[in-house]
Design a protein around this ligand. Sequence first.
Ligand SMILES: [Zn+2]
Length: 369
Amino acid sequence: MALQILKISNCLIQYGRLWDGVTDALSGPGTLCIKDGLICDAAGFLPAKKHDLSQLTLLPALIDCHLHLCLPSCSTTELSKRVLSLLAAGVAAVRDAGSSSPSAFSLPPLRMVTTGQAIGRAGFYGAQLGIQAENAVDAALIIDNLASSGVNQIKLIASGIFSFNSYGEVGPPPFSVEELSIITNRALRYNLPVMAHASGDEAVRRCLQAGVHSIEHGYFMSKETLRRLADSGTCWVPTLSPVYAQLDGRPGNGQASLEVIKRSLEKQMQLVSEAAELGVTMGAGTDAGAPGVFHGPSLHREISLLAECGLPLPRAMRTATADAAAICGLTEDMGTVAPGRKPYLLAVKNNPLESLDALKNIEYLLLPS
Ligand SMILES: [Zn+2]
């Protein structure tokens, strides 16, 4: 049966089992109350509408912490298709990590955390993801414009992209620590967290010194830098999927490139496993829109890859629920099942804390109406 979308505002939901998005075990059976579009304590509230999901497991709907809705193209038809495939995979919210499109857009019922145009530096990587500043002062002026256009976070391109031909190579970092500090401080003036595309040890280290909110990718950082990341409380979105997708015999990758890609993925998975031990808050971000990474199903792949790094399943699932909500600034609304949150929920047949295959059988996506 294909997934059904239910929009709810006042109802009772009878569930067989419940995962709250945080803890290590399921609870239930029980009843969840939705009052005026919010999850509430059930006492004394008797709405006419009841949903019988007593054979199913209820859990928070998923969040993709890093994708590009406008890649590889930004036509209205393509965007609608992507929204449908995200919803079909149980993804109710996404953080868009930048596009070259200057106009803001929303795609209801998908919840979007927007960054608008990513900010890079002229002459460096990233022109296709947004706008390139001449210098930090110019970047600060771009932030003024993005803030007035209503973005939720700032996407900063603080490094190059890693080479498939030469292991560990990412190009020179485009901004100095001083410049990065000017940029992050300008964003803070508007209460806008900075998500920084940063790979290579030097770029990640500079971003940490400048106080960014999240490190995106973070390929090839050293153990020492990972420790600094952990100590600073900065979040990390390790985006394993775009590298994994390159292993899939993509055209143009010769044997030598495949060796580099394989080694890079292994290195990143090792870092994830160490980050888990250090207690780093990690988010599942697919980088969907990158070659071979598709909007929606790739989030299941990303969670599986994180689990393969040694994250226990509840922890791996948290990267797309509670921890993802923290990274994306959505904690007040979603990511956990708790009174006061909005009912962004999934109902699945099996137990996702036992097998991630449960995500392949999503029966319902519940959304606030
Ligand atoms: Zn990206």
